[in-house]
Design a protein around this ligand. Structure first.
Ligand SMILES: Cc1cc2nc3c(=O)[nH]c(=O)nc-3n(C[C@H](O)[C@H](O)[C@H](O)COP(=O)(O)OP(=O)(O)OC[C@H]3O[C@@H](n4cnc5c(N)ncnc54)[C@H](O)[C@@H]3O)c2cc1C
Length: 480
């Protein structure tokens, strides 16, 4: 694991800690070690750290005062949203001299404008809460992740999250019109614009989106809303090869165009894990297959067109044996059952021992080649290891995770993380792909970033960081 190596940051005196605490009020400070635990470890226990305090500000003004003091005293600040990030960006290092700034108290939907199709929210609003607020006014906020019950809008924007509807609506960056950001020196950039067109110089908001808290703290955002689909057609299909998934995706795109909202790939081993560990789950097809696809289409009007298009597509694909079997959800309960199989994919892998994770993308047409080459490599590198390549096929995004061989000691398997990742990433780069499709760089991929970006690119990134955070107080040691 990498360490924090920013500018010399101070060891914090009790007096300074009390000054920080006074900004938010003692009731909103976490000092107790046990209470702090939840902020110091991420879900999969891959990253843990220490902090002097957790500060829970209740307003943009308080965030501004915290950063001003931090900048003046060289105090490192780690922004944290829902703590669902998968690359360790929200977790401090082990030194104990960093402060966590949790946005969770800033969770107000500030305003909704259904006519203008915008919604202005605090950064600490939980994604599910934002979706529900849009739904209440007959609109859709389409960002959707399996972690949506915990992750926050600020975290979603700071990681430029993707998710299961990216195919139709783009990633988080595409859903933002304006931002409110507190800069490292405490100044507030009030950029909560609702304009669809605004070519007045550099687009600064795009710098903060995906910056993983290294350039500023996002405190508010104007989000785009979309018309709410009145119908959804969902199916679960079994296939004998990943090449057939590629063919099926081509047919689906042709049949549904932009109405195709989801196309998720799941391998047999993944479904077996879900069935082994998940509650309220069942296999929706009569037989097991090597691969499965969860496909969904939506329509703005309840005309039944989505269902007809989906059924026609399945008929063609079954006839030409691109698919072996398929079921269309005939009720909301059945749709939820199908989605549960996909949503549990991350969780169940942690119950199968060690898991080496990848979040990669390659040009869509090359996904089968990527999976086949990576599987061949794993057979040589870790015989008996169980690749679980799943995810957002329609975005060219694969979570190529590898579960440990059943009999192997977990620590021995996990010790192979670096060589295994290096091997998988080499294949990805050979296919002109990316080593981080949607989770970001954080702590996990900082060293890899140095190897894959050109000196020119790294230099531009370092210069941007130096302009926005000259004293290196914002999430030091992450990304760069
Ligand atoms: C089961 C599961 C499924 C997931 N599925 C997906 C998926 O489909 N697609 C996807 O993209 N991700 C997915 N993720 C990863 C994760 O949910 C996303 O990265 C999410 O956007 C993180 O939001 P968060 O609020 O939890 O942020 P955190 O984990 O708290 O923080 C993430 C990063 O953002 C920074 N940050 C947080 N809030 C702010 C802020 N207000 N201002 C500045 N910086 C900030 C943190 O410092 C950190 O670097 C999944 C995770 C889990 C556990």
């Amino acid at each position: 694991m990498t360490s924090m190596d920013s500018a010399a940051l101070t060891t914090l005196s009790n007096e300074l800690l009390d000054q920080f605490a006074a900004i938010v009020g003692e009731a909103h400070v976490v000092r107790d070690a046990r209470e702090m635990d939840a902020y110091l470890v991420e879900l999969r226990h891959l990253y843990t750290g220490k902090a002097s305090l957790v500060l829970r500000p209740g307003s943009t003004g308080e965030v501004s005062q915290i950063l001003k003091l931090a900048n003046e005293t060289g105090t490192a600040i780690v922004p944290q949203g829902g703590n669902t990030g998968l690359v360790g960006g929200q977790i401090p290092f082990d030194g104990g001299e960093e402060l966590i700034l949790s946005l969770s108290r800033m969770n107000t939907i500030r305003s909704i404008d259904p006519e203008g199709n915008t919604m202005t929210v605090d950064a600490g609003v939980i994604l599910e809460q934002a979706q529900a607020a849009a739904d209440q006014v007959g609109r859709l906020f389409p960002l959707s992740l399996a972690s949506e019950g915990s992750c926050q809008i600020g975290g979603n924007l700071s990681t430029n999250a993707g998710g299961t509807a990216m195919l139709a609506y783009g990633n988080a960056r595409d859903m933002v019109l304006g931002l409110e950001v507190v800069l490292a020196d405490g100044r507030i950039w009030e950029g909560l614009r609702t304009l669809r067109k605004d070519n007045t110089g550099y687009d600064l908001k795009d710098l903060f989106i995906g910056a993983e808290g290294t350039l500023g703290i996002i405190t508010g955002a104007v989000l785009k809303l979309f018309p709410k689909p009145e119908e959804r057609a969902t199916a679960f299909a079994g296939l004998k090869s990943v090449e057939n998934a590629a063919r099926f995706f081509g047919l689906a795109r042709q049949a549904a165009g932009s109405s195709l909202t989801t196309f998720e790939l799941i391998p047999r081993v993944g479904i077996q894990m879900v069935l082994r560990h998940g509650s309220q789950v069942r296999h929706p097809l009569s037989e097991e297959y090597e691969w499965y696809v969860l496909i969904e289409m939506t329509g703005l009007e309840a005309t039944g067109v989505s269902n007809t298009t989906l059924e026609n597509l399945l008929e063609v694909a079954l006839e030409e044996e691109t698919l072996q079997d398929a079921v269309v959800a005939s009720s909301i309960a059945q749709r939820n059952e199908i989605w549960r199989l996909r949503d549990l994919m991350s969780e169940v892998q942690s119950l199968e021992g060690g898991s080496i994770k990848h979040d990669v993308s390659v040009p869509i047409a090359r996904i089968p080649e990527f999976i086949n080459r990576a599987n061949d490599l794993m057979e040589v590198m870790v015989p008996g290891a169980r690749p679980v390549p799943f995810g957002h096929y329609g975005d060219g995004n694969n979570h190529y995770n590898i579960s440990q061989p059943v009999e192997m000691d977990k620590m021995i398997f996990m010790a192979q993380w670096d060589p295994v990742c290096a091997g998988v990433h080499e294949i990805v780069l050979d296919l002109n792909g990316s080593i981080s499709a949607e989770h970001g760089i954080g702590r996990m991929k900082r060293e890899s970033l140095k190897k894959i970006k050109s000196e020119v690119e790294l230099d531009m990134m370092r210069q941007i960081k130096a302009v926005f955070d000259p004293n290196g107080i914002l999430n030091p040691g992450k990304v760069l």
